[in-house]
Design a protein around this ligand. Sequence first.
Ligand code: ZN
Length: 152
Amino acid sequence: MNTKQPPTFIADCHLGKLAKYLRIMGFDTLYFSSIDDNDLIALARAESRTILTRDRALHERKESPSFYLQPISNLAQLQALQNHFHLKKYQLTSRCLICNITLKKIEKAEIEDKLPPKVKYYFSEFETCPKCHRIYWHGDHYKRMMSIIHAI
Ligand SMILES: [Zn+2]
């Protein structure tokens, strides 16, 4: 395994929230709310991704490049991933929670008219998704996610 390249993942259908955590940490993580196991495996193999799953049957299939997650809580799942993949050694830029694309910094002046008044007042650093143009700021939701990530 090339240790310089950060690992890439596909989260299976039950791990949507974990996928969002991984994206905010910057890891390229695909997620489909519904996908056939065979398609999931084919995609993982084609793109050299690790399937993250809590489905033992899927994990035990020989052709399945998967990592089995025993824990139920997101925090414990992240801890298990940290132990196995050493996620923390990678300093990555966050990805769009929806599109899985790396966010770009954007000047407040460019987007000011699109911001809710409170956000405009309280925040000064923003990032945007090049695909869906969703704007991210370091608000409460982001802080909550980061505090969980920092706990691992
Ligand atoms: Zn997006």
